[in-house]
Design a protein around this ligand. Structure first.
Ligand code: ZN
Length: 227
């Protein structure tokens, strides 16, 4: 009888040891699984059509306070008298990109040669002020054709589009509240968001909305990236 009890206790002990091994294996497997499930969510804040004096500097103040990096696509004719703002963008670690010299569609898109000349002139101006040649490009007023994209890529540019918008150009006279809402709506369900915003002179509401736009993406677990 005593032997039987001993045997049962022994089997139970073996069972417990086996169970603990299975448990160890399961917990060892789990981190790999959850790592794969938690792919990083990224948001690229992008600002087109600047620099302007008031709006660009307000946006830079917010980005600095929030410790967020962004990308500014520059119209170089507008930067001629705002070199200090251009330098501030570079000095504070943001990315400067090419958005054209003039933003005048008829001139820029007249031919491949004029498109290229416009991009080169804008890039050269940015380099002359900041000492660094920009290598990202965004088409003024659209996405460009495939041939136009390839032309700029051969020139050494990474051509950057967008997949979400704060709505500051589409909605005339939009309030900051509307821009926050539109940003969240247009980025919904995207793990990699490139948000289109503008920092030219009329867009004071964009600067006003920016702290809440950043708070929204932060609360959703996004990290902030620049090109
Ligand atoms: Zn533009």
């Amino acid at each position: 009888m005593q032997k039987k009890k001993l045997l049962i206790a022994l089997l139970f002990a073996v069972f417990l040891v086996l169970l603990s091994h299975v448990g160890t294996r399961m917990t060892a497997v789990q981190p790999a699984f959850s790592f794969a499930a938690e792919e990083e969510k990224q948001v690229f804040l992008t600002f087109d059509d600047g620099p302007s004096t008031v709006v660009t500097n307000r946006i830079l103040d917010v980005l600095s306070r929030e410790k967020v990096q962004a990308t500014f696509f520059i119209v170089s004719d507008r930067a001629e008298t705002r070199k200090e703002t251009l330098l501030r963008i570079a000095r504070e670690g943001h990315t400067l990109g090419v958005h054209s010299k003039t933003h005048e569609y008829a001139k820029i898109y007249a031919s491949n040669a004029s498109l290229l000349a416009d991009a080169r002139a804008c890039a050269a101006f940015i380099a002359s002020v900041t000492g660094k040649m920009p290598d990202v490009y965004r088409f003024p007023g659209g996405q460009g054709t495939r041939a136009q994209r390839e032309l700029l890529e051969r020139e050494g540019f990474r051509v950057v589009s967008w997949n979400a918008s704060c709505g500051d150009e589409e909605i005339a006279g939009a309030s900051a509240d509307m821009l926050v809402r539109k940003s969240a709506e247009s980025a919904a369900n995207k793990r990699r968001v490139v948000l289109l915003c503008h920092d030219s002179a009329p867009h004071r509401a964009t600067a006003e909305a920016l702290p809440r736009i950043i708070a929204h993406f932060r609360a959703q677990g996004y990290c902030f990236c620049a090109f």
